[in-house]
Ligand binder design. Structure first.
Ligand code: PRP
Ligand code: ZN
Length: 288
């Protein structure tokens, strides 16, 4: 046992690549993992454990891993005692009812006495209780969507991300039970280990700056002097924009950090106000 922080991520699945991307955006150098169970980062005292996502909450609860990245759906289902530290903004999906294409299900009351196949019996049970209906739950651990075709269930209750799996099985989306995304979780006693909590705090601040950076872009453009006022009003800047005179006396270079999702809303306004040479650049990291 070394004193490294142990971070569990999904071994193979929807969250694997994006979890690794996030860690790389935090400056961690991680060797290719392939079939290995764990790798150490080369430049940070963290060991990455590759586990089945369903096992991650429990391993973090028991301290086998100190922290983990896993979907909120799995955390809810496993009911483990862990601290939910951050939403990570990726791996967004919904736990939904999937029903045969020709049927309809618009109200939880219509679930009465139905047979529902799911890998999420805990969450589904709570949902049924909350809506005061009773239905028969069939727990299946994989390929849940095939159950209606096989005639073993009326409906499924499963994770929908793009919706392709439902379509392939001639099912369609119905009621939503839970919205989920990747979350960072931590062992409840982590704060008792001083060296690990220091590593954890360092990692969290890197994660926060990577998340902020992802939501922001660096906007650069040239603006005629007389438009500076109107352009400044259009830019939703974190701080005031940087304005620099160019060799061409008429023009100024304007730089600003803007929320990424606002760019397409303001670009026509910027052009209409005389902006030219508009560039939008990704930001790798942002310390705020
Ligand atoms: C879910 C679900 C479907 C698939 C749906 O599995 O069980 O198989 O994703 O995605 P789609 O709407 O994009 O087709 P998940 O990624 O949670 O994997 P796991 O059950 O193996 O952990
Ligand atoms: Zn799983």
């Amino acid at each position: 046992m070394n004193g490294n922080l142990k971070l569990a991520i999904q071994k193979k699945g929807r969250l694997t690549e994006k979890s690794l991307d996030l860690l790389k955006n935090c400056g961690l150098e991680i060797d290719s993992y392939k079939e290995r169970l764990f790798v150490s980062a080369r430049n940070f005292n963290v060991d990455i454990l590759f586990l089945r996502d369903d096992d991650i909450p429990e391993y973090v609860q028991d301290g086998v891993a100190d922290i983990g990245i896993v979907g909120g759906n799995v955390i809810e289902e496993k009911n483990s005692e862990v601290n939910r530290v951050r939403n990570l903004g990726f791996g967004k999906c919904k736990l939904m009812f999937g029903i045969p294409e020709e049927e309809s299900l618009e109200n939880p009351a219509e679930l009465q006495d139905k047979v529902i196949a799911t890998s999420y019996p805990e969450i589904l049970n709570k949902y049924l209780d909350k809506n005061s209906v009773s239905a028969k739950i069939i727990e299946i651990s994989g390929s849940v969507e095939i159950a209606p075709t096989l005639g073993v269930a009326d409906y499924v209750c499963d994770i929908v991300s793009t919706g392709t799996t439902l379509k392939m099985n001639k099912l369609k989306k119905s009621l939503t039970v839970l919205e989920s995304q990747a979350e960072l979780i931590a062992n409840k006693k982590l704060s008792e280990n001083l060296s690990k909590i220091n590593l954890f705090n360092e990692l969290i601040s890197r994660i926060d700056s990577a998340l902020t950076a992802k939501k922001s872009k660096y906007l650069m453009m040239n603006v005629p002097g007389e438009s500076l006022d109107s352009i400044s009003k259009i830019i939703p800047s974190l701080k005031s924009p940087t304005i620099m005179p160019l060799a061409d006396q008429e023009l100024f270079a304007v730089h600003a950090v803007i929320p990424a999702d606002r760019f397409w809303q303001i670009v026509e306004d910027l052009k209409a106000n005389g902006a030219s040479g508009i560039l939008l650049l990704p930001i790798e990291n942002m310390i705020v």
